[in-house]
Design a protein around this ligand. Structure first.
Ligand SMILES: [Fe+2]
Length: 179
């Protein structure tokens, strides 16, 4: 039944958001750019609100506030941990870009899951729940877009590496041929 399926989706999300409340401070700490650090910290505050909204969602449905282990988010968080570790050996821009990549994986997972849950709530005519899920979905989408905006100037500044040297080598080879 769709209603049971929706409750399962919400329990999966409840676990996912709970993990993020623990993981985001570590990501914020690892961020080198003040803008990125601030964006992650702001999203942590929003994420705490997402947990509360999910608790409210269970209340609306008359269901227990129970989490179901979300293996997807566990994997994404684990990868995020690796990115933080590897970032220590990278230059600042690369480390931040990799961190943004990890954070956007989180957002996209949530956007997919909240979109699914909202569609189910719509079908069930749970209007208050739809509004609740829409608010969170909007914040996840905003967070994702903000990360893209932060990444853009970093990408422009980043050292591309290799390409210029390759070009030079090619030119040298051409010169040799001419001789
Ligand atoms: Fe969230």
């Amino acid at each position: 039944m769709l209603r049971e399926l929706l409750v399962e989706e919400l329990r999966d999300l409840y676990h996912a958001e709970g993990q993020l409340v623990k993981a985001l401070p570590k990501m914020a700490k690892a961020a080198k750019s003040p803008k990125l650090k601030e964006a992650i910290q702001r999203h942590l505050t929003e994420t705490e609100g997402h947990v509360e909204r999910l608790q409210k969602a269970f209340e609306l449905l008359g269901e227990k506030q129970k989490a179901k282990p979300c293996k997807g988010m566990m994997g994404i968080v684990e990868e995020g941990r690796e990115v933080i570790e590897e970032g220590k050996r990278r230059d600042e821009i690369d480390a931040d870009l990799a961190l943004i990549g990890a954070a956007q994986r989180v957002e996209h997972y949530e956007i997919a899951a909240y979109g699914t849950a909202r569609a189910m709530a719509e079908r069930l005519g749970e209007d208050r729940l739809v509004r609740l899920l829409s608010q969170t979905l909007q914040e996840e989408e905003n967070a994702d877009q903000k990360l893209t905006k932060i990444a853009e100037p970093m990408l422009r500044e980043s050292e591309t590496g290799g390409e210029e040297e390759e070009d030079e080598e090619m030119e040298m080879e051409e010169e040799e041929e001419e001789v």
